[in-house]
Ligand binder design. Structure first.
Ligand code: IMP
Length: 210
């Protein structure tokens, strides 16, 4: 176990709030987590050219594992809105820009509300999806996915979380993700679901490596 404790995993996200959620969800596992702020030279921007969350998670994990030289975990996630044919999807972070750069969370939410202005409540169904890939030396060795169904409300509520959280009410609840505590969101989120099935496989992998 001591050998396993020394194993380091690079969690390759430059989104601080997403990184914090990933670190909290991975807490207690027998490895040391290294965040994007802890490596030098810093992680360069990785172009997300994939058509799916799975492809982008793999692209990020592959490139970041080559950059860091460490076992690397990457998350690609986003929101699919049924009334918008699945948009913003893989473009969730870049939804409100037209130059392929990330927009602010507020600008993305504003654009989403405008796109749904004529869509009434029953048709505002949506889901968050998360794909996770773990890579070493540029090769993906573990993958996992998770999703959470819900609805997009008409006015932002709550200050917690990040991204589209103030607009998303998960099915079976009456509060947005941004109105929930960290642990409430962590019990049902797309990211938590993806990690729930990945974490035991990751621990097993690390025990075999150490
Ligand atoms: P990525 O960093 O390219 O995976 O972009 C993910 C984007 O999807 C974020 O910038 C958010 O806009 C959105 N997103 C992903 N997960 C969440 C979440 O848990 N809550 C709210 N928005 C999320």
């Amino acid at each position: 176990m001591d050998g396993a404790r020394r194993t380091r995993i690079f969690v390759a996200s430059t989104n601080h709030k997403k990184l914090r959620e990933l670190m909290e969800l991975l807490a207690g596992a027998p490895f040391e987590i290294v965040g994007a702020g802890d490596i030098s030279p810093p992680l360069p921007e990785i172009e997300e050219t994939g058509a799916t969350f799975d492809e982008n998670a793999a692209l990020k994990a592959q490139a970041a594992s080559l950059h860091s030289g460490m076992l690397t975990l990457a998350d690609d996630s986003g929101l699919e809105v049924d009334a918008l044919g699945g948009s913003p999807g893989v473009l969730s972070a870049r939804y409100a820009t037209d130059n392929n750069k990330n927009a602010s969370d507020g600008a993305n939410r504003k654009k989403l509300l405008f796109a749904l202005r004529d869509v009434s409540a029953p048709a505002r169904s949506a889901r968050f999806r998360c794909a996770i890939a773990v890579a070493r030396g540029g090769k993906v060795i573990l993958t996992s996915t998770g999703a959470v169904e819900g609805n997009i409300i008409e006015t932002e509520r709550g200050t917690g979380g990040f991204g589209y959280d103030p607009l998303f009410v998960p099915s079976g609840f009456d509060r947005t993700f941004a109105e929930m505590s960290t642990s409430e969101k962590a019990a049902i989120s797309h990211r938590a679901r993806a990690l729930a099935s990945l974490k035991p496989r990751l621990v097993e992998l690390i025990l075999t490596l150490s």
